[in-house]
Design a protein around this ligand. Structure first.
Ligand code: NAD
Length: 433
């Protein structure tokens, strides 16, 4: 890597910011291009806009050393020769990938490109998008692809909560739009650490990313439907799965849960699905991973039905505490959270809902206060646990505040309680009677 390299990371989100700090931690200079001006202000004031282990210290160090600046001014791309896209993409109501934001990259960056610049796409993309963006950029900038402009897809596979450590350690898959792009981006990716895995082209690299989450989704969907079978047959799904897995190396069945949510697991299966849309229509049944997606979502309905059976009176007299508003444990991110969806559905049914979440930085959701401790259980009728925050697991060992509930019912959506056995408390859960 040359001393003169300057990175432009577009998007200071859950992916772009850890990438930027990993680079500055290794002495690189980074300009963050972020459209949210408040986020830019925070970063330039050495404040992390969200919690990620190691991030706050990294930002402080980078700003102090003059290695990091955040801006909403796209002309500053001109100062940079390596551009990394970490902006988000979405999915529309009918499951079609919504890639408007990433397509707008072309008009955003093309006026500021120079000969020899590299673009690394980290944003998760439907198959074929990297090549399309590369061709559009080449047309708009008049730079020859794979000679004057180098473009590759290198998926980001880190998880929130372990982002900094995983950026150092995980292998980096790289697929360029030509050999020069692959070679240059492979050199760049060595900065982060971890092995490089070079694949034949950008389409293959795009598919690798989608396989990660579609495969995980498929396994979780399997367990979701197992939970439904278990419940209807008076079986504890946790007991059955644990017994099947134990000392039997061909099984690795995940335990079921009330929801599989978050930004990536809800979107990426649809991106893989888009790769053969006509096939699913013509053969008359969906891809395995889209079925799994629906199966996982179905557990939310099952939970609502079972809660309604327990508290049939409904209405404002029934108070329910929804424990967990983040999409997964110990992470401060409520995007696409199943906990929030469960609360919303309970409110629609007329229940009085209180949130309990020790991890989120939100004070209020849907106009209702978020409590950070179990005191909110006082006078309530039912506790729904939606994620296994470490604090919930620790609390479950004594769970003293259960005594303060008016009606003592637990719907344990994640098997947080181990072998629940307490007089006077009704205990049910996902896959549990
Ligand atoms: N969050 C994860 O755990 C995770 C893991 C692996 C991969 N990914 C993928 O990484 C990508 C980014 O995800 P994220 O969670 O960081 O998203 P995010 O929404 O947290 O961050 C995206 C950021 O980009 C900014 N942005 C969007 N368009 C912009 C533009 N035109 N100019 C400047 N800034 C712009 C947004 O304001 C936002 O701050 C997605 O494709 C996602 O699928 C995410």
């Amino acid at each position: 890597m040359g001393r003169e390299d300057v990175f432009c990371v577009i998007g200071a989100g859950r992916i772009g910011l850890p990438i930027s700090i990993s680079l500055t931690n290794r002495g690189q200079r980074v300009v963050i291009l972020e459209r949210d001006e408040e986020r830019c202000r925070m970063i330039n004031n050495s404040e992390s806009p969200f919690f990620e282990k190691g991030m706050q210290e990294g930002i402080e160090r980078a700003i102090k050393n003059n290695h990091l600046t955040a801006t909403s001014d796209s002309s500053r791309i001109m100062e940079c020769n390596i551009i990394i896209s970490a902006i988000g993409t979405g999915v529309s109501e009918d499951g079609t990938p919504d890639i408007n934001d990433i397509e707008s990259l072309v008009s955003l960056i093309s006026p500021h490109l120079s000969i020899g610049d590299s673009l690394i796409l980290k944003t998760t993309l439907p198959i074929g998008t990297t090549r399309k963006i590369a061709e559009d950029l080449s047309a708009a900038s008049q730079l020859e692809l794979d000679e004057e402009l180098l473009v590759a897809f290198s998926p980001e596979r880190i998880v929130e909560g372990r982002a900094m450590e995983e950026l150092r350690r995980l292998p980096k898959i790289i697929g360029g739009i030509g050999p020069n792009s692959t070679k240059r981006v492979s050199e760049i990716m060595k900065i982060f650490g971890g092995e490089n895995i070079v694949v034949s082209n950008s389409r293959t690299a795009e598919m690798c990313k989608l396989l990660d989450n579609a495969y995980r989704m498929t396994r979780f969907g399997f367990s979701a439907d197992v939970a439904s079978v278990a419940w209807r047959n008076g079986i504890d799904a946790f007991e059955a799965i644990e017994a099947s897995n134990r000392d039997y190396e061909r099984n690795n069945i995940p335990l079921p849960s009330v929801g599989v949510s978050g930004y990536c697991l809800t979107k990426d299966p649809y991106y893989l699905d888009a790769g053969a849309k006509e096939l699913w229509i013509s053969r008359g049944f969906p891809s395995t991973w889209i079925n799994a997606r629906h199966a996982a979502d179905w557990q939310i309905n099952e939970a609502i039905e079972r809660i309604s059976e327990e508290l049939p009176s409904g209405g404002a007299e029934s108070k329910i505490v929804v424990a967990g508003v983040t999409y997964k444990e110990d992470v401060d991110d409520i995007r696409m959270s199943h906990g929030v969806e469960i609360g919303e559905k309970l409110i629609e049914r007329g229940y009085q809902v209180n949130w309990w979440d020790p991890v989120t930085s939100m004070d209020e959701i849907l106009g209702l206060t978020v409590s950070d401790g179990p005191e909110c259980l006082a006078g309530s009728d039912l506790l729904v646990i939606t994620v296994p925050h470490l604090e919930f697991v620790k609390w479950s060992e004594t769970a003293k505040e259960l005594e303060t509930m008016r009606t003592k019912i637990i719907f344990d959506g994640w098997g947080v309680f181990n072998n629940f056995d307490r007089d006077g408390v009704r205990y049910i859960g996902t896959g549990r009677n």
